[in-house]
Unconditional design. Structure first.
Length: 182
């Protein structure tokens, strides 16, 4: 059906990416430096937390020594700060909202890289939604962004674009593989 556009660093039109986040004092400066270490993800079905790492490593479970699931990006950041994990993929919108509203949660953490741009999380409806209903939903979302600028700005939303389902097909392609460090 479509995606919002966000004004966070790392976003481009309806696309977004995740930042590879670790503790500032970690010696690693690139993903390959974290091979054999512990990763934390919000959930196994997360496009930004888990599947973004899968696209870079081929298989997080074989690239890292362990993959923990925290339940949320905020919990993943806490896991990094506590030393329970070494690296996480945090979506750029979450990162920007935390920087704006709870910057202390990022104390001692840093982004060492990012993932490729992918289509943002889709707002979807049934494939059997009648075309006139689909258009009415899209029009309402465009109107929401236009008429509720204060609310949308607080959420970093600045536009909505209808996007065909095929835009997400790139996520089905075989992932890139980063070789573990020797």
């Amino acid at each position: 059906m479509g995606c919002f556009h966000y004004s966070a660093a790392g976003c481009d039109a309806f696309g977004y990416r995740s930042f590879l986040v670790t503790r500032r004092k970690e010696p690693g400066q690139m993903l390959a430096d974290f091979a054999g270490r512990v990763a934390v993800c919000n959930s196994a079905d997360s496009q930004s937390g888990y599947h973004s790492l899968r696209r870079l490593t081929g298989s997080p479970e074989t690239f890292f020594s362990q993959v923990n699931f925290s339940g949320s990006h905020v919990n993943s950041l806490q896991s990094l700060r506590n030393g329970d994990a070494d690296i996480a993929a945090i979506d750029c919108v979450t990162w920007a909202l935390i920087q704006r509203h709870q910057p202390g949660w990022l104390a001692g953490l840093t982004a060492i890289g990012d993932t490729p741009l992918t289509p943002g999380l889709p707002l979807i409806t049934s494939p059997s939604t009648p075309p006139e209903t689909l258009q009415a939903l899209r029009d309402a979302l465009k109107q929401l962004v236009r008429e509720h600028k204060d609310v949308c700005k607080a959420l970093l939303i600045h536009d909505f674009t209808p996007v065909p389902r095929q835009a997400w097909d790139m996520l089905l392609r075989p992932p890139q593989k980063t070789s573990p460090a020797p």
